[in-house]
Design a protein around this ligand. Sequence first.
Ligand SMILES: NC(=O)c1ccc[n+]([C@@H]2O[C@H](COP(=O)([O-])OP(=O)(O)OC[C@H]3O[C@@H](n4cnc5c(N)ncnc54)[C@H](O)[C@@H]3O)[C@@H](O)[C@H]2O)c1
Ligand SMILES: O=C(O)[C@H](O)COP(=O)(O)O
Length: 388
Amino acid sequence: MHYIHCLNNISKYGTDLLPESYELTDEFDKATGILVRSAAMHDMEFPESLLAIGRAGAGVNNIPIDRCAEEGIVVFNTPGANANAVKEIVLCALLLGSRGIVDGIEWCRENADDENIAKAAEKAKKAFAGREILGKKLGVIGLGAIGAEVANAAIDLGMDVYGYDPYVSVGAAWRMSSAAHHVTNIDDIFRECDYITIHVPAMESTIGMIDSHACSLMKDGAVFLNFSRDTLVDNAAMAEALESGKVHAYITDFAVPEVMGMEGAIVLPHLGASTAEAEDNCAMMAVRELVDYIDNGNIKNSVNYPACDMGVCPEGASRVAVFHDNIPNMVSQITTAFGEGGVNIDNLTNKSKGDHAYTLLDLSQAAPDEAIGKLRGIEGIRRVRVVK
Ligand SMILES: NC(=O)c1ccc[n+]([C@@H]2O[C@H](COP(=O)([O-])OP(=O)(O)OC[C@H]3O[C@@H](n4cnc5c(N)ncnc54)[C@H](O)[C@@H]3O)[C@@H](O)[C@H]2O)c1
Ligand SMILES: O=C(O)[C@H](O)COP(=O)(O)O
């Protein structure tokens, strides 16, 4: 039996896909797999039983992915599964940043008891007038699953779109409309665009990238949208830019104390991926990834180990997964351990991602304990798992 522990609310559409040999458990310490959304995992110690973590969503900054790699724990996310939900809310945010919608709604609420509200509204509305997005310049920083969809939708709405992403994947580039302008210097996005939206992961190289320098380059009255992570924006710099009028509106999906009092900030409670459809999609993808890994050792959409697919392990054979450092002489030591035990290797895949590597082997017979013990003693091998 494999035990799956959910650290957050995970859609039943996902957990219903767990095969009969799986059980949901409340006990963290006996988990084979963990399903998580935004729960903070950096301070957690993981039980030895834990093989994999499935992040039902995109961002993995809540998970210690390097420590997991060192412990041979595969971390998956669900690329693109919530991209449409975020695209839709970003379109909404573009309009919230353009028209006095939030203040207008507030005015109506405040005047709800006024019997003459209809007449008063006609007088009041000029305070909430705005501008249209048609023909305006939108800068998209990060052209992955979400950024590419936002860019395409904004083009469809008549915006002039500028995209910046030095590491854009071939797949995302293919999905982008050819009407988007390719920008190679991020400062050009800050200088030229009326609206800027950021869609990059929070990591060492991106945290604080919207700083006072970036704000100083922005056009007067720019609108900045952050549906990625709060830490990408230097709050003090943004507060100053809002106060001076440099930035007209800061629309953020992250309700942290520093933005709550900011004049000109529109704050949402992390709603980007919170649609039923996105939650179902993410949960289903995360469960499928987890089950294929636990049952077959196959890896798809991992953020800390390479992709590897050897299909279902053939009848009569056995399958062994070896997690090791990406250094010379590992594959030969692994094959020698089996060869010396008189075990034939039917199939082998070796893949690497950064400092970490993964070797998956199909053997003609059950893996002998002696060979497995030998492997566990080799320097640079992090984990050996007899899958079947
Ligand atoms: N508000 C929400 O509910 C919500 C929902 C989903 C995702 N997110 C956030 O949005 C982020 C992006 O999601 P995604 O699905 O598009 O991820 P993705 O991995 O498909 O795309 C991220 C893109 O950022 C690019 N990138 C990385 N560093 C960059 C840099 N310095 N400058 C420009 N581009 C850079 C990458 O090349 C990649 O194309 C997630 O990491 C997550 O933090 C938030
Ligand atoms: O990175 C993501 O996918 C989003 O921020 C969604 O987070 P959530 O699953 O906690 O809503």
